[in-house]
Each structure stands twice: as structure tokens, then as C-alpha cells.
Design a protein around this ligand. Structure first.
Ligand code: ZN
Length: 351
């Protein structure tokens, strides 16, 4: 993995991704949106959702992630994809490169053990961010490069996982069913201090890449993070809402944000909170932008707490829960939120 001499960020990250002035992190062509998020967060949120809402989110997650990964691979490989598809030895090389990409994104220490064009892929790894989501990633890569659907079996052997994907010809149309309307981003004016060499925002250089382990660490908290595309996660949420929403009388969005806050509360590092005036508390949320989660606009005092506005949140329930946790600073709060127009999230937090 080649990294920038000046800031240490891998060139793969800075060359293939773009930090926008409106609080998003996208692939270079702008087609796929990503976020940088604590590795345990997504896993634990879906665990909690399963426990608290007694729903089965797993299968949904895997399929949604596959579509997402397919688009991500297409986006990153770009015009070379037809070349790759046409030439088996290049395609094989493509899979090896994708294993490297997994390491750069902090997803897994993936190694390709065996690959048979259009037949199967065998991946070995010892850690990954989430088995369901990572299975979806491999399925998506197979869809992008081999243009076929596959089914995944994961087995564990000692400290290693073996993931074997076998082609399934008849499994095509489920992937066409899931589509998500994209919101038009609101204009933003964030300017990042960037590395003079590779142009990655300086905040990104606070991450440390452990290439061997395929781990990315936020050095300020010691927590591993991942770069993950969000469309699949959002699709999984949409489907969860469609299938289970009735049970919560339309309030499943709120239920998800409460679960999110609960999980973020537990992984919030020992942050030394600075004393800030209510209007300055928005600074505690600035991390949202370089992590691609949205554009924090303001915090204003209300009678019993604070009102927060974030534009272009990658997911309303998630971002509402994350903000509530950071604003609460471990105090007991209640919170409510609403979408106030396209791409605008407003949260009211009561102390
Ligand atoms: Zn740099």
C-alpha cells in the first residue's frame, strides 16, 4: 500500500475519494457516498435492533450490501472494468487488488485463496467488520467483475474464516428490486485544511493504517474505523422499515435513533469536553463532515436544551442518534428529531 510521504494517508484513499464542501465523502466520480464510522458501531446497532425490535435484519443487510459493493467496485474500477471482464488474468488480478482495497478501507485482512472465473471465489481472513456485510461485499465484487450472482458460505477454522462464494445463475432479479431515491445535496461551504501533497483533509491523517491487519485506527480514540458505502446500509434500513414498520406505528425511525444513541454512548471515548457556549457546541459535531456523515450547521439554545441542525445527513436516524449522544455528553437527555425539508435534519435535545 503506497502512502503519502507527507501525511501518511494511502494514495488509494486520497485518489479515489473526494471530500465535498457539503459534508459528504464520495468516490471520485461522485456516484457512491461513504462514511468513516467506528467498526463496532454498525455491528452493534444491528445487534441491538435485532434484540430490541425483534426483527431479522441479517439477510436484508447482506443483500443490500451486495448491491452497494457492486456499485462501489464499478465506481472505483471505472473505465477499466470492461477490460477486466474481458481478460481472465486481469480479472483475477482485479480480485487481488480488491483484497488490498479491503485492507485500505479497514474492512478485513482479506486474502484471495482461489478464484475460478464465473465459478467461485475463496477468501480467507481473520477479522472483518461484520460477517453479513463483508459477505455482501464479496457478492457485490463478484456481481461487478463476473456479472453473476453468487451465494456465500462462511466457515471458521482456528483463527481464520473461509468465505466461499459459488455462482448461482438463477439468483438475478432480487438485486434489481432494491433501489433508493437519492436526495439532492444542499449546498455547503466547508473548507478543509488539506495535505499539500495528496490533498486529503488533514483530519484524515489522524487515522493510522495497519496494512497487515487490514485495520484503520482513529488515533485520537484508539477505535478501529471503516470506510463504508452507505447506500446499502440505507437500503437495509428502508427494507427493515417496510417489513417491520407497522409494529412501531410508523415510529421505527425514532426507535432506530434511540438505539443508535445508546450504542454511541457506550463507545464514546473518554473525550475531554471543552466548555462551550450553546451556540459553539456545533464544534463538537464538526467531525461529522470529514467523516462524510453530513454538514453540521448550528446549535442554538432552547428553553430546556439545544436545537441542532445538520444538512445532508447520510441517514437521518443514525445521525440524529449520533448527534444526541455527542450533545448529551453522557448526561441524561430526551430527544426528538424531524426532517425539515430535503437534506435537512433538525434535532431537539432536552436536558
Ligand atoms: Zn498527504
Amino acid at each position: 500500500m503506497k502512502t503519502c510521504k507527507s501525511c501518511g494517508v494511502p494514495y488509494f484513499i486520497s485518489r479515489y475519494h473526494n471530500w465535498t464542501a457539503d459534508g459528504r465523502l464520495t468516490t471520485r466520480d461522485g456516484k457512491q457516498r461513504l462514511v468513516i464510522i467506528e467498526k463496532t458501531l454498525i455491528e452493534r446497532i444491528f445487534d441491538e435492533l435485532e434484540k430490541e425490535l425483534s426483527i431479522n435484519a441479517r439477510g436484508i443487510l447482506r443483500e443490500a450490501k451486495a448491491i452497494d459493493a457492486r456499485e462501489y467496485v464499478r465506481s472505483v474500477v471505472g473505465w477499466r472494468i470492461n477490460l477486466l471482464r474481458a481478460l481472465p488474468f486481469l480479472k483475477k488480478k482485479g480480485y487481488y487488488e480488491l483484497a488490498e482495497v479491503c485492507r485500505a478501507l479497514g474492512l478485513a485482512d482479506a486474502e484471495i485463496v482461489k478464484y475460478q472465473p464465473s465459478q467461485y471465489v475463496w477468501v480467507s481472513f481473520s477479522q472483518c467488520y461484520n460477517l453479513e456485510l463483508f459477505s455482501g461485499d464479496v457478492m457485490g465484487a463478484f456481481m461487478a467483475l463476473d456479472r453473476k450472482c453468487g451465494d456465500v458460505q462462511v466457515t471458521r477454522e482456528g483463527g481464520k474464516y473461509n468465505l466461499i462464494l459459488k455462482c448461482q445463475e438463477d439468483k438475478k432479479d432480487i438485486f434489481e428490486k432494491m433501489k433508493l431515491p437519492q436526495e439532492k445535496p444542499r449546498r455547503g461551504y466547508i473548507s478543509y485544511k488539506r495535505c499539500g501533497e495528496c490533498k486529503a483533509p488533514i483530519s484524515v491523517s489522524f487515522f493510522h493504517w495497519d496494512e497487515q491487519k487490514g485495520i484503520v485506527i482513529d488515533t485520537r480514540t484508539g477505535e478501529p474505523v471503516i470506510f463504508v458505502d452507505v447506500a446499502g446500509i440505507n437500503m437495509a434500513f428502508e427494507r427493515t422499515k417496510r417489513e417491520y414498520g407497522q409494529r412501531f406505528g410508523g415510529n421505527i425511525d425514532k426507535a432506530i435513533s434511540v438505539v443508535t444513541k445508546k450504542v454511541v454512548d457506550t463507545i464514546l471515548p473518554q473525550i475531554q469536553w471543552k466548555h462551550r457556549k450553546p451556540e459553539e457546541r456545533v464544534r463538537d459535531l464538526f467531525f461529522l463532515a470529514f467523516r462524510g456523515m453530513g454538514n453540521p450547521i448550528f446549535t442554538v439554545p432552547m428553553e430546556s436544551g439545544l436545537k441542532v441542525r445538520v444538512e445532508n445527513p447520510f441517514n437521518y436516524s443514525f445521525v440524529a442518534g449520533i448527534c444526541a449522544s455527542f450533545i448529551a455528553r453522557n448526561q441524561r437527555v430526551t430527544f426528538d428529531w424531524k426532517k425539515s425539508g430535503e437534506g435537512a435534519l433538525e434535532i431537539e435535545i432536552n436536558f
